[in-house]
Design a protein around this ligand. Structure first.
Ligand SMILES: *Cc1c(COP(=O)(O)O)cnc(C)c1O
Length: 377
């Protein structure tokens, strides 16, 4: 019996080859576009600086990094990242423009307050630098962005400002790009083209799903998040899963693992876990695995959620605890303490787990908690 195998409690293995594979796949799909890799929410749970450092290596040499908050950008600069960084929601206050200038960040402008702050910023506060601006147009998602009829005014004012450098990137965001059947993407892209076609500036509309399905959204800059991490951005029915996944040629960057720390022999009719949530219909063995919702494994994963152990799928049974889950190993189990289970990643796509937990892979990944150990290989 081994109580100290290389992996004991919850461990996320980060596969740098997979990251490179996914990056190259993005390049193949959008060969004429530059790439701003989206690293918000701790690099979708993979580690902000960890992923950034892999992406700026010369084998990949990403063009720019995108984050949601200024603190994320500062963490990247503190980690020694010198590449361009785009604040995808822009600044939240005029004072932040000084931080933007010192740290050479690029800002999205999506509202009037941000426009005014930039136009009226004191050049000294900006260290006499000109700001790099991405102007965001709302083409139908109605979350961030200026209304189409405001575009000319915003664009002209930014263009004429001494505080703003050339070029100004024109951008929008797609609400339904993951669904090939949804006509609103074409409507959004047509509106974006109508507003911007006469203007000779770089443009950007595509998230991962746009990259995969809507080539007319690629323009000069694409903004992949999820697919960079090897996860399909496409909406799917579980039955369709095996069909489209290989076509995308993505490899999971994170494989989440934990060891078996106890095995219980139980009888038909016995219950397992909090609330006696699951009852066995036969004599069997229950494996206890050292990962729970305190690590980011979803508490709402249903009975039957697949777990990969010793080259087979075993079903989750009973409620997910803070530090442990329980799986049905079967009556003839040969599993041992210390055996390593995969919760998602290589061999078990996180998309499938998300489906069993009534959520999306984005949420599972960025829910990974700080106590999970990381290994980059
Ligand atoms: C998060 C985000 C992306 C990346 O989206 P994915 O679906 O993960 O590829 C792209 N653009 C913007 C503005 C975002 O906020």
């Amino acid at each position: 019996m081994s109580l100290s195998p290389p992996i004991s409690s919850a461990t996320a293995i980060i596969d740098s080859q997979a990251l490179m594979n996914n990056f190259q796949q993005i390049k193949r799909l959008a060969p004429h576009s530059k790439i701003v890799a989206v690293l918000k929410a701790n690099g979708y749970g993979h580690g902000l600086a960890r992923i950034a450092k892999l992406l700026v290596q010369k084998q990949i040499a990403v063009d720019a990094l995108g984050v949601a908050r200024i603190d994320e950008a500062l963490a990247l600069r503190a980690a020694g990242i010198v590449q361009p960084i785009v604040l995808l929601e822009g600044v939240f206050s005029a004072e932040d423009l000084a931080i933007v200038a010192v740290n050479d960040l690029q800002v999205v402008v999506h509202n009037h307050q941000q426009l005014t702050a930039i136009l009226h910023a004191n050049p000294q506060q900006l260290l006499e630098k000109k700001l790099k601006v991405w102007l965001k147009i709302d083409t139908g998602m109605h979350r961030l962005g200026i209304a189409p009829q405001e575009f000319s005014r915003f664009y002209q004012q930014l263009k004429q400002s001494n505080n703003v450098s050339d070029p100004i990137v024109l951008m929008s965001h797609l609400a339904c790009a993951d669904d090939q059947q949804n006509s609103s993407t074409s409507t959004q892209l047509a509106l974006f083209a109508e507003i911007t076609s006469a203007i000779n500036e770089p443009k950007s509309c595509a998230n991962s799903a746009g990259i995969c399905i809507w080539s007319q959204s690629h323009y000069q800059w694409v903004r992949p998040g999820l697919m960079l991490y090897g996860v399909s951005p496409l909406a799917f029915k579980p039955a369709d899963f095996s069909h489209f996944k290989p076509q995308l040629n993505l490899a999971p960057v994170m494989t989440l693992q934990a060891s078996v720390i106890a095995i219980q022999k139980i009888k038909a009719g016995d219950f397992v876990g909090y609330g006696n949530n699951w009852q066995s219909s036969q004599d069997t063995h229950i494996g206890v695995i050292a990962i729970g919702y305190g690590d980011g494994y979803p508490r709402h994963a249903e009975n039957g959620t697949p777990v990969l152990l010793n080259n087979r799928i075993v079903p989750l049974v009973g409620r997910v605890s803070m530090d442990m889950i329980t799986v049905d190993l079967g009556n003839n189990s040969q599993d041992k303490l210390g055996d390593i289970a995969t919760l998602w990643g290589n061999g078990l796509p996180v998309e499938i787990i998300a489906n069993h937990a009534s959520t999306i892979p984005y949420e599972l990944l960025c829910n990974i908690k700080p106590r999970v150990r990381f290994i980059v290989k």
